[in-house]
Design a protein. Sequence first.
Length: 386
Amino acid sequence: MDYDLIIVGGGLAGLALAVGLRRSRLRVAVVEARAPVRPTGWDWDARIYAVSPANARFLDTIGIWQHLDKGRIAPVRHMSVQGDGGGALEFSAYASGVGELAWIIESGQLQHELWETAKRQGNVDLLCPATPASLTLGDDAATLELADRRTLTAKLVVAADGADSWTRTAAGIEVAFQPYDQMGVVANFATERPHHGTAWQWFRPDGVLAYLPLPGNQISIVWSTPTGHAQELLALEPAVFTERVAVAGHLQLGRLDLITPPAGFPLRLMRAPKTVFPRLALIGDAAHTIHPLSGHGINLGFQDARSLAETLVECPAHVDCGDAHWLRRHERARREEVVALQSVTHGLQRLFGAPQAPVAALRNFGMNFVDRLPVIKDVLVRYAMG
């Protein structure tokens, strides 16, 4: 089975790339083990993402945004960030002259709509269920053998299969992992009081707790906390866990009722020295991971997909789309944003993880200082929005 492009991984970044190539001349295969299922009713997905306005525009451009269930999407119009010693930062869409700071969307809804759109594309084959077994990167083409003995060839293979990428490992690409000795604990709740489109974030001695608005009186939480504390939280009875989350959030929204059982995942920084090679490109979490305190992980993945799709669409017919020299256009275009966000989020995690009193005083002073500078706050908002 011959293709121009094989995407290993049918997650958000991989599918966004496939859909972004809908008007190209390229024939694309997506290799994925399980087809996504759309969340319905009270079956809320615990995996929630804050999608920036720039990526909402990208999703609109590729024909996804208008088909999402707006009843399961919540706009963020205000953000309140609280330090661990009196520091505070407030961000407002109204004050910045924009409609929304971000959109809170379930991973499952996004992935399902991307999957269904890719399924309708004439130039895309969704190979599912399918599991890769071996990868060979040759001078003229790449060969991917699946576990069911099917053999695929292409000019380019894209690794979009997550931080523990099988494809990256099979190609012999080494990356640097830096564990934070933290886990992200996620869950969804119904709230006693309305959130009014506000996202809260508290920097606490035991980590960073975020409340993200969902439609109606509902929120999703991400508590980035040391591994031992995370395991303690996950072992609690639901009522006790719910009380812990409410108290940690200073009862900001009153009583909470758990609607999605808590889950946890390890947090780590991952840097790749390069993201393009002859016959191979890395995107999304296969290319980089960051601490979730900035909420930008999926936004980096979508921008990877947008950039690589544009690079491949612009590739002339006489140029091999798997040529590393051509692909470096994409790598150069993405390097600055990825390095900047990794550096900022890593620095903030280290800064707020330092227990020393002088450091605590400095960081909280800094938050209050920035909060009194509207011009700087506006710059931060517009950068975060893309």
